[in-house]
Design a binder for this molecule. Structure first.
Ligand code: ATP
Length: 249
């Protein structure tokens, strides 16, 4: 999105948050974001306000563990929805490249037009093999109903680790039941996704994505990758995030 299409004064105290909203509204108009995605972002914003709109030390620990988990995996897949494609297409593609992950479009509100629009957005930012679009999503996640269960047999279905930023609880729980390692970004440490995932980054995707890419570059090839991942305790991390939120009230 071009800065000249929006008119937020740069000195506005909430400029970043307003700019993010504009990106999502623009993404909605371009057919990438579902109307429901705009509402979901609002829920995230409320937590971000309480966290102080910053990447906490607690989130930084999860970011490093997430990068480590993706680097250690044999078949990591990054699951992309409309909100994430609009907010951080470049860093999603970069993360896929540095960690050797596949990228799959996976939507809660699935339509082929939206899938194609998201695929095109990712390709514009350098992705070369976007999975999960149209008839490619021919496998199913057990226990989920209708269109929400469709995944790519070469992607999420056969992945060992799935990175699902901004995911819904049902699908996260179903992926965990399938035996996948699940990594997520969710500003709400109380969501079912946050609790079900193995690694939850409680941070805004806008800040967390560049930080994971940086962490992945830093620790790639390190001999302590396993230690970084194994020493991470998601429950403890979520408790610490909740404390930060309580202090923000
Ligand atoms: P769950 O189904 O996991 O219990 P939910 O019903 O609240 O949670 P959804 O509405 O499906 O979840 O997904 C939105 C989630 O994404 C919310 O938990 C929200 O806090 C989070 N979220 C929204 N925008 C962002 C963002 N920009 N960065 C990080 N998290 C976000």
């Amino acid at each position: 999105m071009h800065a000249d299409r929006i008119s937020i004064p740069p000195e506005h105290p909430r400029v970043k948050s307003l700019y993010t909203r504009e990106m999502l509204v623009d993404g909605y108009k371009r057919g990438l974001v579902a109307a429901e995605g705009l509402i979901a972002h609002g829920r995230g914003e409320a937590y971000d306000y309480l966290i102080g709109e910053r990447t906490t030390k607690t989130a930084q620990r999860a970011i490093k563990a997430a990068a480590g988990m993706l680097l250690l995996s044999k078949r990591p897949v990054i699951s992309v929805n409309g909100n994430s494609a609009v907010l951080c297409p470049r860093t999603l593609v970069e993360l896929a490249k540095v960690t050797g992950s596949a990228i799959e479009v996976n939507l809660f509100y699935r339509t082929e037009d939206r899938e194609q629009a998201i695929k095109a957005e990712l390709e514009t930012h350098g992705a070369d093999n976007v999975l999960g679009v149209g008839s490619r999503a021919s496998a199913t996640i057990p226990e989920l109903q209708s269109e929400r269960r469709r995944v790519d047999p070469e992607g999420i279905y056969s992945a060992d680790t799935v990175f699902v930023p901004l995911e819904d609880g049902d699908r996260t729980e179903a992926l965990v039941k399938m035996g996948k390692r699940v990594v997520t970004i969710d500003l709400n440490p109380m969501s079912r996704t946050a609790k079900a995932a193995h690694i939850t980054i409680v941070d805004n995707i806008i800040r967390a994505m560049p930080a994971i890419v940086e962490a992945a570059h830093e620790i790639k090839g390190s001999r302590s990758l396993r230690k970084i991942v194994d020493s991470f305790d998601n429950k403890k991390n979520l408790r610490e995030s909740l404390k930060i939120i309580r202090r923000g009230m």
